[in-house]
Design a protein around this ligand. Structure first.
Ligand code: ZN
Ligand code: ZN
Ligand code: ZN
Length: 153
């Protein structure tokens, strides 16, 4: 991952270009997520902000900030875990495909990947053939990371 400061600067420019503003509090929440490689819940992030920045954010404000960061595509929400991760493509210029997430069930480390579009389309077809409609093509996969694999070997 690139230098955190560089990512924050980029995020700030990105917001400015959209006519929104990455305020100090929003920046702190994004920083908290960037520094953690794990997905964090809103309440875990409140603790991080208190410990790192001495900022006591009420839950309401935290959810509002997270909504903002999601709208700006700086943060993703893991729906199954109800936790948040910083987007790995903040400093990229290419279009953002639907993100897929690999989640280590042991250390909660999260990696954002993009799966080949053809695979997603086929997946979607399978879902429809089964009589369901895919609401969100975002996949969140239960995995074990390299580190945990080595440690448990
Ligand atoms: Zn992303
Ligand atoms: Zn990228
Ligand atoms: Zn792990």
């Amino acid at each position: 991952m690139k230098k955190v400061k560089q990512i924050i600067d980029h995020a700030e420019q990105h917001c400015k270009a959209h006519g929104s503003r990455l305020t100090n509090k929003r920046k702190q929440v994004l920083l908290g997520l960037l520094q953690s490689e794990r997905a964090l819940s809103a309440y875990e992030l409140i603790d991080v902000c208190k410990a790192e920045f001495g900022e006591a954010l009420p839950a309401m404000s935290m959810y509002r900030i997270l909504d903002f960061l999601q709208r700006e595509h700086l943060v993703h929400k893991l729906n199954l875990a109800n936790k948040y991760v910083a987007c790995v493509h903040i400093t990229c210029d290419h279009d953002h495909a639907v993100p897929q997430f690999l989640i280590c069930g042991q250390c909660q480390k999260v990696k954002e990947i993009s799966i080949n579009k053809a695979i997603i389309v086929e997946f979607q077809n399978n879902v429809e053939n089964a009589g369901f409609q895919l609401v969100s093509p975002q996949l969140e996969m239960n995995c074990i990371c390299e580190n945990c694999m080595i440690n448990s070997a």
